[in-house]
Design a protein around this ligand. Sequence first.
Ligand SMILES: [Zn+2]
Length: 158
Amino acid sequence: MESITTKAIASALGGIKSAIDIASKLSDASEAIKQADWKLQLAELVEKLADARIQISRVKAELNDKEEEINELKQSLKMKKKLKFNEKYGLYEAEEDGKTVRYCTKCYAEEKLVPVREEERLFVCKRCEQFYHRPEYKSKNEGPPRIVSRPMNRGNLW
Ligand SMILES: [Zn+2]
């Protein structure tokens, strides 16, 4: 499949080639060439160069987009290498600045890395609100889990 970039480059090269042809015809032309014809050729030359310039700008924009895309992919690849699946919680996790950050598995399947919020007996996704049980709390407490927000100043009691 031919990309926009490839087409734009081909078109720009075509335009530049025409421009060179016209320019060399003009430089070869002696007095034999009529002034009207000369002007016409010159106008065509300018037009070809302007077109080529537009095509090259498109290529430039396209390349910028590609570069951004590559950087994003590199970042996500780097992240994926760091991620490990935690069987106990059913969550992905990675060490970040000495802390374990856990990510929603459901969102991960949609190519999104969303950290989960730590609740009393659950991890809850901020985006899709999927919750993940923390089995270490099952033995201690009966009944369905309650969602209790952890106060900011409570620190790490577990
Ligand atoms: Zn999620």
